[in-house]
Design a protein around this ligand. Sequence first.
Ligand SMILES: Nc1ncnc2c1ncn2[C@@H]1O[C@H](COP(=O)(O)OP(=O)(O)OP(=O)(O)O)[C@@H](O)[C@H]1O
Ligand SMILES: [Mg+2]
Length: 447
Amino acid sequence: MKSLYAQIVVTFIAAIVIGLVITFSISGRLHALQVAEKLETQMVNIGKEFIELYKKEPDTDADLYLDAMSSGSFEVLLFKDDAEESLYYEEGQDWDIDQADVERVLNGDVHNEYLLPPRINIGLPFEKDGSSYALFLRPDFEFFFEGFRQIVLILFLTVLLIGSFVFILSTRWIVRPIKAMTETAGELAKGNFDVQVETKRKDELGSLAHSFNQMAHGLGELDGMRQQFVSNVSHEIQSPLTSIQGFARALKDGVVTDEENRQAYYDIIEKESRRLSTLSQNLLKLATLDSDHPPYEPSSYKLDEQLRRVLAHMQPQWADKKINIDADLEGCSLYGDADQLEQVWVNILSNAIRHTQTEGTIAVRLKADEDGAEVTIIDDGEGMRPEDQQRIFERFYKADKSRTRKQGGSGLGLSIAEKIVQLHDGAIHVTSRPGEGAAFTVHLPRR
Ligand SMILES: Nc1ncnc2c1ncn2[C@@H]1O[C@H](COP(=O)(O)OP(=O)(O)OP(=O)(O)O)[C@@H](O)[C@H]1O
Ligand SMILES: [Mg+2]
């Protein structure tokens, strides 16, 4: 069976049929037992009345009387002590009485027998003209049950018909959101993320549809981000390539004649290719940090020593701008991935150096307590606007595009730093004001 709709309907109809059959067979039995109890007294009375009459009437009239009695709702059987066969017997009746029971009644016992399916045999003894007789009576259950069966059948069909009709309609209502979701899923598979399942329902299917809509929305956003990412990457690759091509062509065509200009062109080509290489390294770094199992090789090491080493390595850059470094580093051990955290300090410091004027100051502070370590890198450079502060950790975000472009940034440094800090369960913040410098704080919890 293919559709859920058909499965539910068929299951329901099967359930009604089974339920009704069981209910009616049980109620039929109960009804029969009740009828049987009432009939027992009635049969005994009728039997006694017959016996009275039969004793008074001549033998010939007895058959007639028994005929009249058994033609209605009772079946009758009469035995006499000296006769082999029964004295009265009607064709078509199917009595299954033990000879021993007949003997017992002929000897004066009252016989009373309940049988299954509901059936009662009553045997009454009497004497006439010195002979013993046994009169057996039995109600014709078919006669008593005919009406009951009809009512049951009508009930059965009514319940089945109305139930099925109502259920077929309600199942349509139940299955509708599932159908809608199937169609929407098809649209999602085709790449159309601008779809929603319409439903006002508050039940489980309603919340499923709601989650489904959220998923579609999330997928749409993800797809938008993917497209944005691809376009950013292409843009970042395209601009250095264009300048490399332009300068290489100029050199090849012999446009530049003097040696000094030629050297400047070579420098640009070299710088732009280095920029491309850094970009691809950063992209690779982000991809590994984004993976389900980002690289993380922690060890216990001295954080203050690491910061001093980074500052020493970067001396050519800050010394070039005559920047004054003011380092105040508390001795502190940290458990973390040293290589990755080094990248964090390099990224923040290179930004600080880049955005600080000649002869400016960069302060590096390290404080440690039982919670963890806090590194603050403060510069007195150009600072940034509040709206930029909120976005600088986004990939490819650059506050001042033209300036950063000249200085060679691609807007990935801080997003990489943030990822690494998060990998260490830490946090990174910035406070800044335009023209008054910026302060980056990294908090790393003790583990
Ligand atoms: N110390 C700072 N002072 C002022 N602006 C800053 C500072 N640090 C970062 N920014 C702003 O934040 C932006 C994002 O910084 P991020 O390090 O992510 O990228 P980038 O430096 O432009 O490029 P990359 O680091 O990939 O070379 C920068 O473009 C800059 O505008
Ligand atoms: Mg940077």
